[in-house]
Design a protein around this ligand. Structure first.
Ligand SMILES: Cc1ncc(COP(=O)(O)O)c(C=O)c1O
Length: 398
């Protein structure tokens, strides 16, 4: 073995995140009620599966275009027209693979080694791990608990966000609706961040993969695409995984500045040469009125899950939450619990319910996030109730 390893220190420093650490304790064991991952227990609907099957039978097994099928990119442009009232030009839409790869591609556009990305947290760990992977330094600005508000909510402190930015800040990363918090960024806050970013020459990476999963009856949470110009340095990430129950398909997209039209082709070729050909026909089916109807049904399932958690919390004296405005997660604070990784590990071993530890969504010095666990409530009612019952009983004794 050479004493001078060429492996980058940033890569050597990567560590398995807490969701992986807990789920590896009992992954796939049938008696475990798994609420730890970011997916519902709903199978992709038949009309989407059939479309992909037909594409396979039709021999759609070749490269499809580096940034995805042109028809799919046009369909996405129209989809934005329907849901945010602003059609997006096809030159701005690229599907490198899944939304995860879309995030990495956006980061590759702006981050050089040693630059920092200011991230609104708590946040899905793959985001800050992706920043580290490309050589960047994540800087966290934590949403603040506002338990006094009625109902309690997460607040973004804009001043803290702006103060965290310096001359090496290349991007502000915001996921709204947020994972794990379910926080939804207001239009006013978006406008203030956009004004600041324009003035300072900082990109915005807006992760909107849960954009349509909102509970106030609107089509979409406020989107940066509604206020940004086509050549602002704004990257909006979207995906099929969450809203259409397609997590295993690995398909997502990035809406990027128009000026990156050509460069995105090159990047998408180098990263993956687009998503799987036949899977994209499933994506096309998802963007039809039938797909819209399915999305709405899934939101209703999640709304019921959210109601179930609300009732559960009402009967607990150790557990509270900020009721989520979007996405499908409950980020539950457990009074007196200070080590969420240990709690989640004990919980799966002893009570056979799988949750994600709050510490996974924050840097090590964020003790407040360590008092939380995350569950995904987009589940079959009976399974969810059983999981919550096990959680409640365990919380009473652990
Ligand atoms: C905030 C956020 N962005 C992106 C993703 C990844 O989506 P995809 O399955 O399309 O890679 C997730 C998945 O959990 C997520 O929570």
């Amino acid at each position: 073995m050479s004493p001078h390893s060429p492996i980058r220190p940033q890569i050597l420093a990567l560590q398995q995140n807490g969701i992986g650490a807990v789920s590896s304790l009992a992954f796939g064991e049938p008696d475990v009620i798994a609420l730890w991952f970011g997916e519902t227990d709903v199978v992709t609907p038949p009309f989407i599966r059939e479309a992909a099957k037909k594409a396979l039978d039709d021999g759609r097994t070749f490269y499809s275009g580096p940034r995805g099928l042109a028809s799919l990119r046009y369909a996405l442009g129209d989809y934005y027209g329907r849901i945010i009232g602003r059609k997006i030009d096809v030159e701005r839409i690229s599907l490198p693979g899944a939304a995860t790869l879309a995030v990495v591609t956006a980061l590759q556009c702006v981050v050089q080694t040693g630059d920092n990305v200011v991230i609104v947290s708590p946040i899905w760990p793959s985001i800050f791990q992706a920043v580290e992977m490309v050589g960047g330094i994540p800087r966290f600005v934590r949403l603040e608990e506002n338990w006094q508000a009625s109902p309690p909510r997460w607040d973004l402190n804009l001043q803290k966000l702006f103060d965290a930015c310096d001359e090496r800040t290349k991007a502000i990363f915001v996921a709204s609706p947020g994972n794990p918090t379910g926080w939804v960024m207001t239009r006013e806050d978006q406008q203030a961040v956009l004004d600041f970013a324009r003035q300072r020459g900082i990109a915005i990476i807006a992760d909107e993969v849960y954009g349509t999963l909102v509970y106030d009856g609107s089509e979409h949470a406020p989107s940066f695409l509604e206020i940004a110009d086509e050549d602002d340095d704004v990257f909006a990430i979207g995906g099929f995984s969450k809203a259409w129950a397609m997590t295993g398909w690995r398909m997502g997209w990035v809406v990027h500045p128009k000026k990156l039209d050509q460069q995105m082709s090159v990047m998408c070729i180098a990263n993956n040469t687009g998503p799987t050909s036949f899977a994209q026909f499933g994506g096309l089916a998802a963007l039809t009125p039938e797909g819209d109807a399915f999305r709405k049904d899934l939101i209703e399932l999640c709304r019921k899950g959210r109601d179930t958690v609300t009732d559960f919390i009402g009967a607990q004296n150790r557990i509270r939450w900020m009721k989520p405005e979007g996405a499908f997660y409950g980020f539950l604070q457990i009074d007196g619990m200070k080590d969420s990784l240990r709690f989640a590990s004990d919980l799966v071993r002893e009570a056979r319910v799988g949750v994600a530890p709050g510490s996974a969504f924050a840097p090590p010095d964020d003790a407040a996030s360590d008092t939380y666990i995350r569950i995904c409530f987009g589940q079959d009612r009976a399974r969810l109730e059983m999981g919550l019952q096990r959680l409640g009983e365990a919380a009473a004794r652990m």
